[in-house]
Design a protein around this ligand. Sequence first.
Ligand code: HEC
Ligand code: HEC
Ligand code: HEC
Ligand code: HEC
Ligand code: HEC
Ligand code: HEC
Ligand code: HEC
Length: 381
Amino acid sequence: MVEWIKNHRAAAIAAALAAATVALAVIAFVSRKPGETLNPQQQIGVKWIKPPGSEADYAGSEACKSCHIKEYQEYHASPHSHTLKQIVNGDERPEFALKQTVMDDRNNVRYSVAKGGGKNQEVAATPSGSQAAAARWAFGSGAQAFTYLAQNGPKFLQLRVSYYPPVNEWNFTPGSGPGTPFHSALGDPYNSTEAAACFGCHSTALIGTRKSLDLAHSVMNVGCESCHGPCRTHVNQSRRSVDLPLEKRIKPPLNNGPAAMDLCGSCHRLTVAVADENMASSAQLARFPGQALPRSRCFRESAGRLSCVTCHNPHESTSDQGLASFESKCISCHTAPHGSPCARGETFGCIKCHMPEEKIAARLSLKFHNHWIRRNPLGLD
Ligand code: HEC
Ligand code: HEC
Ligand code: HEC
Ligand code: HEC
Ligand code: HEC
Ligand code: HEC
Ligand code: HEC
């Protein structure tokens, strides 16, 4: 299967770039060779790019607030609403004031962070000197992690260390662990097409061309219109004609039911046909619910009745939704006319045993619930 799906982010690009030698005297913002073919991750990026001017089709999530207050409030408190942020000089980012170092012994680089001239910087110290780059884009809501991109015109660098708020720790960016060969000690250089993959899955509409992204006109963060499509006409019409009968209104699509698998999967990874054994050996599976869920008998044997939105309120953060609400969904299908729906006689705690939380890398704090629902993933007696 497509390599980038397994590795997420940088690994695929890093591997492609990794000319076996590890050059320490590197220049940041190196370019790729012209004419190089696009890898699958880059193609994903291209898919997201919308031509200049199409931002006019989008109303932005704030425009929905006045009429859909419940959805707006739930959404506003969920990680989708703040998974991408621009960093400008002078921004107070306390994590860049932490005195921590991250050592890559094998490549002989020491990473630290610093505040300088109002900038929030990452510093890579090698035996031949230090280099620094200012973080310009923070990816992630911080619920699990922030990964930063530096920017110089159409060129980007994915910085090699990320900040993990739950453990208050700087550590390697996933896919860039110690000893990973690199092109620049500071991080992986991306041109605008490559960076479009990151920006695309973390935004609503990416405006520009392959050669240059117009981030100033792009609609940042996963917004209402990531899932309901551009809503300018719906908003304008709803505002103008409050008396119009409901059936005459332009309503945006809901994308519920089986369509949600494609919608959510466009970012949370689409279903792929891979043998169970291969998927089990993939430490990354827990991160990709779009691939994990379709492995489950619950999904395969319920004739299209199970999708992401069977269990998830798409607007709400999972922590606000609460575990009990998820377990009530299990019980809604696994009815128990004579007591428990579970062969072990359990009546609650379904998630802990059948969708356990897993780490995707030993060193990192990142954890995800494995959506491959199975009899006994924990190997209980
Ligand atoms: C001026 C008020 C107004 C604004 C602003 C507005 N909507 Fe609506 N929206 C409505 C009305 C009225 C309906 C029809 C409700 C119904 O069918 O019960 C509707 C329906 C919808 C539906 C379909 C619901 C269904 O059951 O099929 C979606 C999705 C939706 N709006 C999303 C949005 C989004 C996203 C935004 C912001 C970009 C937005 N709306 C802005 C008034 C508004
Ligand atoms: C195919 C869509 C997609 C692409 C491409 C993508 N992301 Fe994500 N990203 C997600 C989704 C979905 C999540 C939430 C859960 C997850 O998969 O980690 C996420 C989560 C994150 C997080 C929060 C921590 C975590 O792992 O949950 C960070 C940080 C992040 N992405 C950074 C990036 C960066 C930097 C890039 C580009 C190198 C990138 N992402 C490319 C979809 C994507
Ligand atoms: C992550 C994708 C996603 C985002 C973001 C999102 N929605 Fe939805 N929304 C959905 C899906 C999917 C449904 C259908 C849910 C179902 O039928 O179970 C839905 C349903 C709705 C409905 C109909 C609710 C009902 O009870 O029938 C409205 C109105 C709506 N969304 C408005 C919004 C607004 C406004 C925002 C932003 C504040 C928003 N949505 C953000 C995916 C999303
Ligand atoms: C849309 C309905 C539906 C939902 C929701 C659902 N399941 Fe299932 N599940 C099924 C069906 C259908 C099967 C196939 C076997 C059967 O009929 O019992 C199944 C099978 C299973 C199995 C046996 C798996 C195996 O490999 O033998 C387990 C364990 C299970 N479900 C647990 C859960 C848990 C835990 C939840 C909630 C997180 C859940 N299910 C939610 C429909 C559902
Ligand atoms: C059978 C119920 C069920 C279905 C179906 C389901 N999820 Fe989940 N999901 C859960 C539960 C339970 C959690 C953990 C909630 C918590 O921590 O409170 C979760 C958590 C998540 C998380 C947070 C990260 C993590 O793994 O802890 C993401 C992202 C996610 N689901 C995406 C999806 C997507 C995308 C789909 C559709 C492909 C989907 N889910 C389908 C039950 C479900
Ligand atoms: C445009 C890309 C995109 C789409 C479409 C999308 N997501 Fe997400 N989702 C993300 C990203 C990025 C994150 C990481 C948020 C963060 O930084 O923590 C995320 C995080 C989540 C989380 C974890 C946050 C939490 O509450 O714990 C859940 C659950 C989730 N998405 C469910 C869904 C569901 C369900 C759908 C479909 C209805 C969906 N997403 C559609 C990009 C997307
Ligand atoms: C303490 C861990 C634990 C909890 C909590 C738990 N289960 Fe189970 N469940 C198991 C194990 C282990 C098996 C496999 C037993 C076997 O193969 O003999 C199982 C089997 C099942 C099966 C397959 C039944 C069959 O006859 O094929 C279903 C369905 C199921 N559980 C659903 C649930 C639901 C729904 C919940 C929540 C109400 C739940 N379980 C809570 C551990 C648990």
